[in-house]
Design a protein around this ligand. Structure first.
Ligand code: DPP
Ligand code: ZN
Length: 863
């Protein structure tokens, strides 16, 4: 397998002026005919990518080509000395009916759909399948009338009947787009329709296609779509540009969703929502994914990536945009907590292991392996840091400039940063190294108060571990949110009244409480500080870094109590808990602080209260342990903290639970907060041994009016081995047997059970409803099982994952590679587990062939 390097990028030698595509679907094959009009740009060979295609015929400028006229290998067709104007007619045969990889055109049940990002289009026909080739697509789709739905991007220009009970539709997309944004759908779907009028007065028809029985579950997505369209107009001044916007729901899909121009294709889990079968967090995820894909229309589609190394250009920026949109749906503090919590548990962990890579990688074997938390979530943090430094007005000037300069182009990360800099008048180019340097920087610091001089001196330094194959890490610009609080009164001090003395710190380096640490070490002196302060750092998680400050536990408890927003309170609680769990600090300070803060927070904002009760996950804790990791010890420590917390507030849980009766379902953040809090409180009540708490769970299960309540109760019953746990599981199964997404939850609850076992997980995969063709179902077992490292890091657990990776290696390598990533931190284990892990992983070598799985396995073994 070949490594591809960013430095080797060369512009294409031909452009494609237009493509006419004809897709004829038959039961046992599909024919694809294309007419490509190409025009030379520079010297060089004409290269058409193609994989798994049966070439039927090819002609160039009207002359049939014979095998002597071109070179062909399993990946491409090359024509040397092609004329400057080259018009190709190409016919190929493909097999969507047996395509299990879910890339290109594939059949999923009664539906044919495409997934072309990043390199699926080459599995549909020969084409220069690279994102910097944009062209105009006209698509004719033909199929049996048992498939009444025939969709492609753009506008429907013609449809009609054919002989043999067949019919066709022709679609024309006026916008130039790269091939990865091409989409087609053939099937029998119902449609929910609505409309939106843009700020420019364009009337847009909105259509969500799904199986008829799922149509009632599409209203939440439709509303989210309209809200997103409005939000992008209000916040970024970006209206939609076509006359229709279609979304299609498919149950067999590798990704969450795909932003194909005007024709999004969505995993059902990201579009269907109904309180009876969908939990609140899952419903929230639907809304934010709808927003994410919609926002791609400007950041991704109209301005796309020059090459796949630039993936974070569209993904990082778009995640930042969907996160910003989501703060309109719930409290900004909770939104930030959830984003940071996922960043720390997934991205920090990734960056701490052998799969660490920069947000813009400089080499890869298989680009499918780079749809990662680093590209998406760290990419979003970089966009956020720049946006925060500029403030809303200047950031808007910057993004306006980006859209003005690059609409219709395929560009790079540098183009974005240049536009933001030039548009705002603030040079942000010093942020570029964030895109190319891997690893999580660690900010260390200490502070001291001089009572006589009334100064507070803050010294911060940064360091990043060097990574194999990358240059010595350089200091990055790290915006550090700073506030000082009076230790006596708890009041926040005004930083404006303080003066910066240190000459090496440019005066504009501290603005609105943000200090940009851009050297290896810097010192700031705050003056006129009349009493000893407590400093709060990295407020709102102003940069994606680890913080190691010489706080006392009492300082952190103080911040948990006095910080002015929920995110910063949460952050203080997390820091305190990490000390308890990783450094064996006494939990008393944490317990006192949380016991004091919780009841009030719960009254004001129940959702925030659930987050304050977060205990860092075992996987996150493991990511902070680089050697001699003993999963059982981490589990026991975490369990002990949970038990202590449960005991400490035993009476409170009982009261709190009873004061939160089940009420009619409402989809708003206040009610969502109450439901989440009720589930959490119930869990602590059970853990504390509150009398009757398990009965409350049974009653909640029986009386639930929505899935959040029912599933929450079921989880407690199953995970606590309640006597009736199996009855309730059986009941759940009967109720939701025909609801795939609810059934996924039935698998998930059992696979994620901390009291479970590899055997349980294996049995779930033998269940008649388990389906190797549906990634959601596979993930419901593999993903949830991975939440229990004590079970994963056993001989059987590791073999479980390597066997699945091996099975998926051919069938669905993208997914197989993901599953192998669960084992990436094997080398941190204490012996003898470490050696055993190594043996098991090495045993997989030679057993797998796909580029995706092989690249991941090789990298994992390099650790
Ligand atoms: N569909 C994936 C996403 O939107 C890849 N573009 O993130
Ligand atoms: Zn995306």
């Amino acid at each position: 397998h070949q490594t591809i390097y960013l430095k080797d990028y060369t512009p294409p030698s031909f452009e494609v002026l237009s493509i006419d595509l004809s897709i004829q679907v038959f039961d046992d094959h599909t024919l694809v005919h294309s007419k490509l009009v190409m025009q030379r740009l520079t010297s060089g060979d004409l290269i058409l990518c193609g994989r798994d295609l049966e070439l039927l015929n090819i002609s160039l400028n009207g002359n049939a080509l014979t095998p002597q006229d071109y070179e062909i290998d399993p990946e491409q067709l090359i024509i040397k000395n092609a004329p400057d104007q080259a018009e190709f007619a190409i016919s190929v045969k493909i097999h969507p009916e047996s395509n299990t990889q879910l890339e290109g055109l594939y059949q999923a049940g009664n539906l044919f759909v495409t997934q072309n990002e990043p390199e699926g289009f080459r599995k549909i026909t020969f084409f220069p399948d690279r994102p910097d080739i944009l062209t105009v697509f006209t698509t004719r789709i033909e199929a049996d009338k048992k498939y009444p739905t025939l969709l492609a991007n753009g506008n429907l220009v013609e449809k009609g009947e054919l002989s043999d009970n067949r019919h066709f539709a022709v679609w024309h997309d006026p916008t130039k787009k790269p091939s990865y944004l091409f989409a087609a759908v053939i099937g029998d779907l119902a449609v929910l329709k609505d409309s939106f009028t843009t700020m420019e007065g364009r009337h847009v028809s909105l259509e969500i296609y799904a199986l008829a029985q799922d149509l009632p579950k599409c209203h939440v997505a439709m509303q989210a779509l309209k809200d997103s369209m409005k939000w992008d107009e209000d916040v970024y001044g970006r209206p939609y540009d076509l006359d229709n916007y279609m979304i299609v729901a498919v149950s067999q899909f590798n990704m969450g969703a795909m932003e194909n121009k005007g024709l999004n294709i969505f995993n059902t889990v990201c579009v269907l929502a109904d309180p009876e079968v969908t939990t609140d967090p899952a419903m929230f995820y639907v809304k934010s994914t709808i927003a994410h894909e919609y926002f791609h229309n400007w950041t991704g589609n109209r301005i796309t990536c020059r090459d796949w190394f630039q993936l974070c250009l569209k993904e990082g920026f778009t995640v930042f945009r969907d996160q910003s949109f989501s703060t309109t749906l719930q409290s900004p503090a909770v939104q930030r907590i959830d984003d940071v919590s996922s960043l720390k548990s997934v991205q920090f962990a990734e960056d701490a292991g052998p799969l660490s890579h920069p947000p813009r990688p400089d080499h890869f074997v298989e680009i499918n392996n780079f749809y990662t938390a680093t590209v998406y979530d760290k990419g979003a943090e970089i966009a956020r840091m720049m946006a925060n430094l500029l403030g809303p007005e200047k950031f808007r000037q910057g993004t306006d400039e980006y859209f003005r300069r690059h609409d219709g182009q395929a560009v790079t990360v540098e183009d974005l940063v240049d536009s933001l800099s030039d548009g705002s008048g603030v040079d942000l180019r010093n942020f570029l190294p964030w895109y190319s340097q891997p690893g999580t920087p660690c900010v260390k610091g200490r502070g001291s108060y001089d009572a006589d001089a009334k100064t507070y001196t803050l010294t911060l330094s940064q360091s990043t571990a060097k990574r194999h194959n990358y240059p010595e890490p350089q200091p990055l610009p790290i915006p550090v949110g700073v506030a000082l609080f009076d230790k006596e009164t708890g009041e926040q001090l005004t930083l404006n009244s303080t003066v910066l003395k240190q000459s090496e710190v440019a005066e504009n380096n501290i603005k609105d409480g943000i200090f940009v640490l851009d050297q290896a070490e810097q010192t700031v002196v705050f003056e006129q500080v009349n009493a000893e302060p407590v400093v709060s750092l990295l407020r709102n998680f102003s940069a994606p870094v680890l913080l190691d400050f010489d706080y006392s536990d009492e300082d952190l408890a103080f911040l948990l109590e006095h910080e002015t927003n929920g995110f910063n309170q949460w952050q203080a609680a997390q820091m305190l808990l990490e000390r308890v769990l990783l450094q064996d600090h006494n939990p008393a300070v944490y317990l006192n602080a949380i016991a004091k803060a919780l009841p009030q927070v719960a009254k004001d904002d129940a959702l925030l209260a659930t987050r304050l009760l977060d205990i860092p996950s075992e996987n996150y804790l493991a990511s902070r342990i680089d050697q001699e990791y003993d999963p059982a010890v981490v589990h026991q420590k975490r369990d002990a903290v949970l038990n202590a917390l449960a005991d400490r507030l035993k009476d409170y849980w009982a009261d709190a639970y009873q004061s939160l009766p089940i009420v009619e379902f409402k989809d708003n953040s206040v009610e969502m907060g109450k439901r989440a809090y009720r589930n959490m409180v119930l869990g602590f009540a059970i853990r504390a041994g509150v009398e009757g708490a398990l009965d409350w769970a049974s009653e909640q299960y029986d009386n639930a009016v929505c899935m959040t309540e029912r599933l929450g109760a079921l989880r407690h019953l199953v995970w606590n081995k309640a006597n009736n746990a199996q009855d309730k599981l059986d009941d759940f199964y009967k109720r939701f047997k025909h609801e795939d997404l609810a059934l996924d939850q039935w698998f998930a609850v059992q696979a994620g059970n901390p009291q479970g076992s590899v055997q349980v997980a294996r049995e779930l995969m033998e269940h008649p409803e388990f389906d190797w063709g549906t990634p959601n179902r596979i993930r419901s077992v593999t993903g949830n099982f991975s939440g229990n490292p004590v079970l994963v890091w056993t001989t059987e657990g590791m073999q479980f994952y390597t066997e699945i990776a091996k099975r998926l290696d051919q069938q669905n390598p993208v997914l197989g590679s993901r599953i192998l990533q669960f084992l990436s931190r094997w080398y941190t284990l204490k012996e003898p587990l470490r050696s055993e892990a190594k043996n098991i992983l090495q045993g997989l070598k030679g057993e797998v062939n796909s580029t995706s799985v092989c690249e991941t396995l090789n990298n994992v073994l390099k650790a």
